[in-house]
Write a protein that binds this ligand. Structure first.
Ligand SMILES: Nc1ncnc2c1ncn2[C@@H]1O[C@H](COP(=O)(O)OP(=O)(O)OP(=O)(O)O)[C@@H](O)[C@H]1O
Length: 222
């Protein structure tokens, strides 16, 4: 599903953010991506979304090699990949419902189909009763749940998250991680960049650890 072979990424500044990264995340697998600040986590996620392109090597997503992918196919790739950000990037001039509906409106889906999908996504994250509220009134954990609902509303086969619990306390972080597990349990391939080694080790899941752009560890932490 997500396949990196001998991937290097050098930015125009000359900085080599990733060096010879190799891993395969199969369909339906879930893993964490860790590493010190500047280790290359966000760069790796950007390569999967094709916000950046590898300098050498190959990134293949769901059978599609991204290096040679034509620009016009990028929106098609992005529909396959739901993304959750640390700061959730919600719009505070509209309701929870409208925030979650946004990707479907952009896709041009019919309003009655949008309503079904949005309510199903809000139900999964436990926020159906708050659909009319402005997200600014919600707690940090609830805002992150809205961000997750928006990321999964078009049912992408892949879910990426960049520090999704960065601003949350340990209890809320564990709840958010549980939510990712639930999506994984129904077949979604999940990759989560996180600094939270304690939480990751408690979850006993596969961990890809970057150190200065190289993959230093791949496996369940002992
Ligand atoms: N657009 C860019 N141009 C030049 N250098 C960049 C660019 N983006 C990132 N870098 C550099 O590449 C390296 C890896 O950055 P990246 O953001 O991938 O790390 P990270 O592991 O996500 O860090 P953090 O945990 O702090 O977000 C860093 O040294 C960073 O300064």
């Amino acid at each position: 599903m997500i396949h990196f072979s001998n991937v290097f990424k050098r930015y125009e500044s000359g900085h080599e953010a990733l060096q010879n990264v190799n891993f395969l995340l199969n369909e339906g697998e879930m893993a964490f991506l860790t590493g010190h600040s500047g280790a290359g986590k966000s760069t790796l996620l950007k390569l999967i979304m094709r916000m950046e392109v590898a300098t050498r090597g190959q990134v293949v997503i769901d059978g599609i090699p991204l290096n040679t992918m034509k620009k016009r196919y990028v929106p098609y790739l992005r529909r396959k990949v739901g993304v959750v950000f640390q700061d959730h990037q919600l719009l505070f001039d509209r309701s929870v419902y409208d925030n979650v509906a946004l990707p479907l409106i952009i896709e041009g889906m019919r309003p009655q189909d949008i309503a079904k999908r949005v309510r199903a996504a809000l139900d999964k994250v436990g926020l159906l009763s708050k659909e009319k509220m402005n997200p600014i009134l919600l707690s940090g954990g609830e805002q992150q749940r809205v961000g997750i609902a928006r990321a999964v509303v078009n049912k992408p086969p892949i879910l990426l998250a960049d520090e999704p619990t960065g601003n949350l306390d340990p209890q809320l972080s564990a709840e958010i991680m549980q939510l990712f597990r639930q999506f994984n349990a129904v077949g979604v391939t999940v990759l989560i960049a996180s600094h939270d080694i304690d939480l990751i080790s408690r979850m006993r899941m596969r961990m890809l650890a970057l150190r200065q752009g190289s993959l230093a560890h791949d496996g369940v932490m002992a």
